[in-house]
Write a protein that binds this ligand. Structure first.
Ligand code: SF4
Ligand code: SF4
Ligand code: SF4
Length: 300
């Protein structure tokens, strides 16, 4: 498979779902509702809020197998952020294969607090917090309060509730500026769905892995990683924040980063226990050095 294939598929699927949901939320004509409603029905948090357990569980299983496919292809707010971050990249004179991102550690405390508040409030029957933060609802509100009146030629601030319009403008402005500057920062710091799926995707079977034998530390992958989750100091990718965009695979000229079920990394850099029979040489060495040698592990 060509290394650009995964990214091409991701862009095609996310484009179809993004356009379909935009149409559904903006022009709710009967034909559109009948044919495109399925894309709304598979959104994760609305399914959880309406107790559609099957959809929730299917997405958790998919995430456990393949990582955050949901965030790369299905969530319309994720695709909107990709558009903004791409424009931000262009505005800095960077091409598709360049970037300005750098690894940053996760804002774990904020992520955990947001997800605990969201799901605890749902459990006690308070839905407005989840509705406020749910990415599908944010996108739906933006389409129905800003885009829909605009295409009908009605000033959005008089078409419906003024508070709904102001809320949508504020949320979309904040998220757009964040993604313009920092890619998927909203996704990996404030979105409760992203954090919940991230708890699962950090243990995903298929994930991005760096082959340390091939990596030349050119840092191209780090610069295009909109999740800022590739740590080249330890050659690790934070699976809880990776949104499976496959940008990193596309730019690596050394074929050192893959989407795979295998792991090929140094367990403890340059120091690994020898499991063979003891030789005279090792027996004569001090205990600490006899147990270790500078040997790389090929852990396939
Ligand atoms: S983290 Fe949230 S906003 Fe971002 S793509 Fe995933 S579900 Fe959508
Ligand atoms: S692009 Fe490839 S070679 Fe360069 S730092 Fe990333 S994994 Fe290593
Ligand atoms: S690690 Fe690769 S696939 Fe994951 S978000 Fe970063 S660039 Fe995208």
């Amino acid at each position: 498979m060509k290394k650009s294939t995964l990214k091409t598929i991701r862009i095609m699927v996310s484009s179809v779902i993004f356009v379909s949901l935009t149409l559904l939320f903006t022009v709710p004509a009967t034909w559109i509702c009948a044919h495109l409603y399925g894309f709304q029905a598979i959104q994760w948090l609305p399914a959880a809020m309406s107790f559609s357990l099957a959809i929730c569980i299917i997405w958790l299983v998919v995430t456990l197998l393949f990582g955050r496919i949901y965030c790369s292809s299905v969530c319309p707010l994720g695709t909107w952020q990709d558009i903004c971050s791409h424009l931000g990249c262009r505005s800095r004179g960077k091409g598709v294969t360049q970037g300005w991102y750098h690894y940053r550690p996760p804002l774990s405390m904020i992520r955990n607090i947001v997800v605990i508040i969201t799901f605890a409030s749902l459990l006690v029957g308070i839905t407005f917090i989840a509705a406020f933060l749910d990415p599908s609802s944010i996108f739906h509100r933006a389409c129905s309060t800003i885009l829909s009146p605009t295409v009908r030629g009605i000033p959005p601030w008089i078409a419906g509730s003024i508070s709904g319009f102001i809320l949508s403008v504020c949320m979309m402005t904040i998220i757009s500026i964040m993604s313009w500057k920092r890619g998927r920062m909203w996704c990996n710091s404030f979105c409760p769905v992203g954090t919940a799926l991230g708890y699962v995707s950090r243990h995903a079977v298929m994930r991005i892995d760096i082959d340390t034998d091939r990596c030349t530390q050119c840092r191209k992958c780090e610069h295009v990683c909109k999740s800022e989750c590739i740590d080249l100091t330890s050659h690790t990718v934070d699976g809880s924040r990776c949104v499976n965009c496959f940008n990193c695979i596309n730019v690596c000229d050394d074929d050192a980063i893959h989407y795979t079920y295998t792991r090929k990394q140094l367990s403890i850099p340059m120091m690994q226990k020898v499991n063979g029979p003891k030789t005279a040489a090792t027996l004569n060495r001090p205990a600490s050095s006899a147990q270790c040698t500078s040997q790389r592990r090929t852990d396939k």
